[in-house]
Design a protein around this ligand. Structure first.
Ligand SMILES: [Zn+2]
Length: 399
């Protein structure tokens, strides 16, 4: 078996993924605003210049997923997928550094998308090039799928999965490069939201005691929700974290001198396999029922799910790909393989749902994503690129 670490050390140029990441940040690619295609073109040219096969997959007019593929010359074998998204959230305001400047200051590359997730794209691009150099010693294939609209409604990944099913492709293992700070995330919690409406009785504020103030009712319910959230910690999943419920939005009332008869608020819920959506809904209902019982005046309420449910996903630590990734992390000086929950959700859920075992692993911290002065550590970009390379070489080449 080849000594992949030694072979990689001979080839690896650490400036390459850093330069690439700077270039990617300098190409604006705000979701749905037309730039995604420019970014995809730049990435495609990088691959074409290095004799790597690329494919455009039009998702809608002016928006396309970019797919690259490196086939092992030794023939059939395992298929590995690296997935990332081309789009970013809008630039926003409050920046100290130019959001499209790609400036590096004290080990940090600043810019919109630096952390989420152009750093990872650059690491994957360079890893793909490295893997292509060793294609004569590899089996199977490495596929890169960079999609549009991840920050929107996931049109890109859905489109790719449709084609994956139609072509009856088989991917044995996948990695999504979302920023995990180089921790291994075996999945993420499920996400949904509920709109809760509490109905009281309106009247003139001068005789407030004759009405039922829906804002007061809602505020009691909301405080119980906050308390309940603490209790949910005991249902924590070791790989995914705590199930939670949090109020994220509220509206109610018409005028200061009118007792409000309705108050609506929206609750974000995060689920884990042992505390699924049905249980979360029951929990909400119990809270509302118990506040109702405490009150002398009855009030009405209504609970409606307000966004489609994205269920929790989680893969086993015992999968071959997870083991190879752990070993490849250990091979990078200063890095220790660490498992940690990914607090947000991501497109891993779509891949797992399509039957592809998928983990989340990328440079940068989720804390920096979507913020002003978004940055990614360039040390992490380089480390990620080495780790992606080693993972792919070992997955496709043995050892
Ligand atoms: Zn992202």
């Amino acid at each position: 078996m080849p000594d992949w670490k030694a072979l990689l050390d001979n080839e690896f140029d650490l400036f390459e993924p850093i330069n690439l990441a700077q270039n990617l940040v300098r190409i604006p690619s705000v979701s749905g605003e037309g730039g995604e295609v420019e970014l995809a073109r730049f990435i495609a040219n990088y691959f074409i210049d290095r004799q790597i096969k690329v494919e455009w997959q039009e998702v809608e007019e002016g928006r396309a997923n970019l797919i690259a593929e490196i086939e092992g010359i030794l023939g059939e074998g395992p298929n590995l997928l690296f997935n990332g998204h081309l789009d970013t959230v809008p630039l926003g305001s409050g920046w100290t550094y130019p959001p499209l400047g790609g400036e590096i200051i004290e080990n940090r590359l600043y810019g919109r998308g630096a952390c989420d997730m152009k750093g990872a794209l650059a690491s994957m691009m360079y890893a793909a090039y490295i893997v292509s150099l060793f294609a004569p010693s590899l089996y199977g294939k490495l596929k890169l799928v960079f999609v549009v609209d991840e920050e929107g409604s996931n049109l890109g990944v859905k489109h790719w999965i449709k084609s994956y099913r139609e072509r009856e492709e088989v991917i044995d293992f996948a990695l999504v490069g979302e920023p995990t700070g180089l921790n291994i995330s075996l999945g993420h919690r499920g996400v949904a939201a509920y709109q809760v409406k509490v109905r009281g009785k309106s009247c003139h504020m001068g005789i407030a005691e004759r009405g039922v103030n829906a804002i007061y009712l809602a505020s009691q319910v909301i405080q119980s929700i906050e308390k309940k959230n603490q209790e949910l910690k005991k249902f924590a999943d070791p790989d995914l974290g705590n199930p939670t419920l949090h109020v994220g939005r509220i509206q109610g009332g018409t005028f200061p001198n009118v007792v409000p008869d309705t108050c609506g608020f929206e609750v974000d819920v995060r689920t884990v396999p042992d505390f699924p959506l049905g249980r979360m809904e029951e929990t909400l209902q119990d809270i509302l029922d118990s506040v109702q019982q405490e009150k002398e005046l009855k009030f009405n309420y209504q609970i409606d799910q307000s966004i489609p449910y994205l269920p929790p996903v989680k893969i086993s630590r015992d999968l071959e790909g997870v083991k190879i990734l752990s070993r490849s992390i250990s091979d990078v000086p200063g890095e220790i393989p660490t498992f940690a929950p990914f607090p947000a959700s991501c497109e891993a859920s779509f891949l797992v749902e399509a039957g592809i075992p998928t983990l989340i692993f990328g440079p940068g911290r989720i804390e920096e994503a979507h913020t002003a002065n978004e940055f990614v550590s360039i040390t992490q970009i380089v480390a990620a690129s080495r780790i992606y390379s080693l993972l792919a070489l070992r997955f496709l080449g043995g050892e």
